[in-house]
Write a protein that binds this ligand. Structure first.
Ligand code: C2E
Ligand code: CA
Ligand code: CA
Length: 551
């Protein structure tokens, strides 16, 4: 507002100056004709000298005209300068300083104008959201300066691919958005541009001789899906929002590709967001609980221990299995916190079980990225006075291709203290025989997808038999999971020695049910003994506490 007041003032001054000039000219025309003619005649000796007062007035008049004219020139130059400065300020506020693209704010307004123009021509607008894949790694690896140069180059390529009248904006970080008009009958035109963007961006960027490979994921939404919304900035923002949802699908589908928005995606995203909020709350409130599945010696039928399986006792959804929440917790970066709490509870539960019973826990590949994982787990065992020999850590084959060296040191540190390591889900991944030999596993667990099929599927039976023989050959004990009935049990017994677990022996049960069942089998630490143990623990903690404080 304050900015626009100045040109108005300038215009007013302009107007007054112009008025004075006109008055001076009229005065000049009125008097100068007569005075000048008389002066010329006087010089020629044909008339008396003009009235000196009138002559002075004419001379003053000329001076005034010259003065006003110069003032007028100055004023117009001043106004022009101010207009230019204002245009520059506006341009700076509307563009991203790094790439020169529009910014989020200006895209919204420009997008609204484009939508309006397209509606007038009975055409549609497609919004494309681009999010570079793994851009953070490029920044981390090469520094922000190189990262910035990559962004500048990619912005140039995007502008090169998009039609001249398209809008190209950088929404911050490694996110770009494009708006383009298209004919409702030729969506392929949009597809073609998206494909061209993927191609242009995937060509290596060379900076100071350094070749940087990058790709992008693109989400696309068209304005025809947004009937009912008014033609204003909200519509433009809704379009970006939908393109964003589609972009996440493109990422999920494996990156370096484009995806069109579909209404089902919105519901999925909403559900996913609700799950994330629920999981975060659940971890805080302690709604994730360890359940226990029995592990049996096949030959004797004796109980050997339990595998801890996580369950979400959700107040909204009831009991939820780990296949739903573990992958999300991994993506949210909350898996370690969740697992720590579960293990802590499990160690407390297992303290009440008969001393020869083991506890198996599952570990996510994400947790194994932490080089301190082993130390933290051992510390936890120590704090709970749980003998490391009673703990078994199950890692899946997928852990092995991520960061073998870290996994190797983690395994070594744990084994060093007596913790056993099992290779879980054997047969479903890609672990090679050489990996099996080079990593010091204590046990192989045959995946339940093979085991639960042995009574009907000949292939499954052959696979299980081969794995059992492999285990014998490598001197690695075997556990078969997914033993669902007596028939499977009989077939497995014929194959050799092993441990078994599965629904045949009972469904995974919570801590209280497990303890009740163990009590019925006389497999619990008597309550009095347990109390003594905890009292002893409390005393020990009290002893070490002051020492720690003074130390
Ligand atoms: P898993 O380690 O292979 O666990 C065995 C899964 O098979 C469990 O599913 C168990 O309930 C199920 N199962 C057991 N016996 C039978 C049977 O006879 N038939 C059939 N059809 N299924 C049987 P659950 O509890 O849903 O766990 C799924 C996976 O989630 C586990 O597979 C494990 O990889 C992962 N998981 C569970 N708890 C945790 C945890 O605390 N941390 C991590 N990182 N992963 C966990
Ligand atoms: Ca397992
Ligand atoms: Ca398994």
């Amino acid at each position: 507002m304050a900015r626009s007041a100045k040109p108005e003032q300038g215009d007013k001054r302009d107007f007054i100056t112009f008025g004075i000039a006109i008055a001076a000219i009229i005065l000049f025309v009125g008097t100068a004709g007569q005075v000048l003619a008389q002066t010329v005649k006087n010089v020629l000796g044909q008339a008396p000298a003009p009235d000196p007062l009138l002559l002075n007035a004419v001379i003053l008049n000329v001076a005034l005209i010259i003065l006003v004219w110069r003032r007028y020139r100055e004023l117009t130059a001043e106004i022009e300068q101010r207009r230019e400065a204002e245009a520059l300020a506006r341009r700076l506020a509307e563009t991203d300083p790094l790439t020169g693209c529009l910014n989020r704010r200006s895209l919204s307004a420009a997008g609204a104008a484009l939508l309006q123009a397209a509606a007038g021509e009975r055409r549609l607008v497609a919004a494309m959201m681009l999010d570079l894949d793994h851009f953070k790694a490029i920044n981390d690896l090469n520094g922000h300066k190189v990262g910035d140069q990559v962004l500048v180059e990619l912005a140039r390529r995007i502008r090169g691919v998009m039609p001249a009248d398209a809008l190209v904006a950088r929404l911050g970080g490694d996110e770009f958005a494009c708006f383009m008009r298209f004919d409702a009958r030729s969506r392929e035109a949009v597809d073609r541009h998206a494909a061209a963007l993927l191609k242009a961006i995937s060509a290596p960027v060379v900076i100071d001789g350094l070749e940087i490979d990058i790709s992008t994921s693109i989400g696309i939404a068209a304005s025809d899906g947004l009937e009912g919304a008014s033609l204003d900035e909200c519509l433009s923002q809704a379009l970006v929002h939908r393109a964003d949802i589609a972009m996440y699908q493109a990422k999920k589908a494996g990156r370096a590709q484009f995806a069109w928005f579909e209404p089902a995606m919105e519901n999925e995203l909403r559900f996913r967001n609700e799950l994330e909020v629920g999981i975060r709350n659940g971890v805080r409130e302690g709604h994730f609980k360890p359940y226990y599945e029995r592990q049996i010696d096949l030959a004797t039928g004796d109980l050997i221990g339990f595998e801890m399986l996580a369950r979400w006792e959700s107040p909204d959804m009831g009991l939820v299995g780990p296949d739903i929440f573990i992958p999300i917790a991994e993506e949210m970066g909350i898996i370690s916190e969740m697992s720590d709490r579960l293990v802590e509870q499990a160690l407390a539960d297992a303290a009440g079980w008969s001393e020869h019973l083991t506890l198996s826990i599952n570990v996510s590949p994400v947790q194994l990225r932490d080089p301190w994982f082993a130390q933290k787990l051992l510390q936890r065992l120590h704090a709970a006075h749980f003998p490391p020999q009673r703990l078994e850590v199950e890692i899946t084959e997928s852990c092995l291709h991520e960061n073998l060296e870290v996994v190797r040191t983690v395994i070594a540190s744990l084994k060093n203290q007596g913790v056993k390591i099992s290779l879980d889900d054997f047969g479903t991944g890609y672990s090679s025989l050489s990996q099996l030999r080079s990593l010091p596993f204590d046990r192989i667990k045959i995946d339940r997808s093979f085991v639960s099929g042995v009574d009907g599927d000949e292939n499954a039976a052959t696979i299980v038999e081969s794995i059992v023989q492999l285990g014998q050959g490598l001197n690695l004990p075997i556990t078969a999971e997914g033993v669902e009935n007596e028939a499977i049990l009989g077939l497995l017994r014929g194959m050799g020695e092993m441990k078994a677990q599965g629904y045949h022996y009972g469904r995974p049960a919570d801590a209280a049910a497990t303890r009740d069942w163990l009590a019925s089998q006389d497999l619990v630490v008597p309550a009095a003994e347990l109390e003594a143990l905890t009292a002893d623990e409390a005393a020990r903690a009290a002893e070490t506490e002051p020492a720690r404080r003074t130390g």
